[in-house]
Design a protein. Sequence first.
Length: 295
Amino acid sequence: MDNAKLKWVYLIILSLIWGSSFILIDLAMEGLNSIQLGALRIVITALFLFPIGLKKIKLIKRSQWKWIFWTAMAGSLFPVFLFAIAQEQLDSSVAGMLNSMVPLNTIVFGMLFFGIVVTKRQVLGVFIGLIGTLVLVIAGADFNPSQNYWFSIFVLLATIGYGLNVNIIKKYLNDLNALAIVTGNFVIIVIPALIILIYTGFFSYIMHDVAMQIAVGYVIVLSLFGTAIAKVIYSRLVQISSPIFASSVTYTMPVVAIFWGLFFGERLSFYQIVGGIIILVGVYLVNKRSKKGTA
């Protein structure tokens, strides 16, 4: 299959996997706290990756390791904790909609730090996306007063990390094997994550806490599909398309996230949905091809 078709296959697969990740985080947090969830997700993902990926490490040049480090921080380490912390207060469907800010942050930080040329239409799209985010957050705070919508900041910080990550991969690691990139990320972060996990007392309680054991099952699914497999696919998608096309996976992720949220009893107000739609309009303007350009 040629890259023009393959990138759409990857996009659909990622939408389904990552759109389901938010509800898995919610379910896992019934037995784990946010720090345990984030650290365990990294450790389990490393266990899945290393048997097949460590042999690819030799493909990473010494000069590329600094960029592997920054993609590990921006795209893997901090986001797994930030999303878990955010979902202590936010519904999974809301987190999924807020995640749509990734393409907007890809453009903003691509322009600021990576030399991406931005059109007036894309700038307009960023502002529209920000308006949609404000509508979503304000409407959510009014509709669900028991939830602290200041925790939306943690999701927005995670989307900034993802925006930096995709730009770094495209500019500095575009010719490197996708599995090597992801495995290199987890070589860097697995030890800190394991230390954090030990410090939380996870291993002291796991053997006799049934709720924690069930939660670990959700984290295993989340780690295998939502992190290990998805990150390899995503790195490859960035390489065969563009940072903006790759980040547009957030078009369909919210639909999947909302479906699972409603299925598990979450509620959304009309204005929250409107806010989500406004964000996607902004994302559309950011991603829309110019007559002479390509995506």
